[in-house]
Write a protein that binds this ligand. Sequence first.
Ligand code: GRF
Length: 195
Amino acid sequence: MKIGVLASGRGSNLQALIKAWQEGRFSAEFVAVGSDHADAMALKRAEDAHIPQRAFPLKDYSSRKEQEQAILEWLQESGVDLLVLAGFMRVLSPHFLKELNCPVLNIHPSLLPSFPGLHAQRQALEYGVKVSGCTVHFVDEGLDSGPIILQEAVPVEPGDTEETLAERILKVEHKLYPEALRLITAGQIKYDKKK
Ligand code: GRF
């Protein structure tokens, strides 16, 4: 399986995936790491792991549509047959998903369908839930709405801030995403559109 990754920032999930792969926990090839930010730490992490990486800053394009098209063509040229979103802060268009025509995964820091979209940890704290967590899911045309692959709950502690909750959830993300990749690359996950 040829894996492409899109990430906008820090790339700690990308790092967890690279580490699991280097440890032989799943067999695949990382062929492309792309970002919409030239200074994304994720690109540096890819470079350090000798994975082809490229930035697609919006300023280089006349529109978001053109930027997305450039990303799409690069992933296609790289032969990607599984796309992993790791903190990629853009919603991919229906055109992109149709043209790429391969499974796309995302990780989200809440127990979906609760708290989709931005600031999931803040939403959880504002709501007052006692348990939150993270979700690995297939990406469809909606916002954080595709079929769920794995979820794990994380307690919300009294006195939590957005930062402390995010940190507790992130530790679990770093375990859950590699596990999802292991299951997918081993052919143990079947995607039937809804589930
Ligand atoms: C993670 O919390 C992930 O769930 C969300 O964006 C964040 C990315 O963090 N989609 P990182 O860039 O992987 O460190």
